[in-house]
Design a protein around this ligand. Structure first.
Ligand code: MG
Length: 164
């Protein structure tokens, strides 16, 4: 059994579409063209990346194994609730989050005014202080699926420490 700390990585992307909310890290943003993220759950791409990073660090596979998008139970699911459940499953496996670093890759809107709220929401779900979750913003510089505003991507790392 390994001891000490481990780090997992997470990546996710979701399509931008009209008629859907734009939820990132549990915070609802307003896109200037009224776009939101398409998906089976609430499509919170940032929280999904954090979940995958946490599951990776705990050696527990990926989000699709734990919360299949073919399962009606997860239609419209609150991704922060899925993150809290992932923290519980990681804890059973003997791992507790200690730090998360994240990047949202999106053209618009700017994240600046929402970053603090996103950090607080993610930290609460991870059982951490806000200072132990970092949220960075990047753009697609007008190229690729992010640059064309066809979608939003997010990356995350989560570091865990052994608790049992
Ligand atoms: Mg996803």
């Amino acid at each position: 059994m390994s001891t000490g700390t481990r780090t997992g990585i997470g990546w996710d992307s979701h399509r931008l579409t009209p008629g859907r909310p734009l939820i990132l890290g549990g915070v609802t943003l307003v896109h200037p063209d009224g776009l939101g993220l398409d998906g089976h759950s609430d499509a919170d791409v940032l929280t999904h990346a954090v979940i995958d990073a946490l599951l990776g660090a705990a050696g527990l596979g990926d989000i699709g194994e734990h919360f299949p998008d073919t399962d009606e139970a997860f239609r419209g699911a609150d991704s922060l609730a899925l993150l809290r459940e992932s923290v519980a499953r990681a804890s059973i496996a003997g791992w507790q989050p200690v730090y998360a670093d994240t990047t949202v890759v999106m053209e618009r809107p700017k994240l600046k005014d929402h970053r603090g709220a996103m950090r607080a929401q993610l930290a609460a779900a991870l059982g951490l202080d806000g200072g132990d979750v970092n949220v960075k913003a990047s753009t697609g510089e007008g190229i690729g699926f992010v640059g064309r505003e066809e979608g939003v991507a997010a990356l995350a790392t989560v570091t865990v420490t052994r608790v049992v």
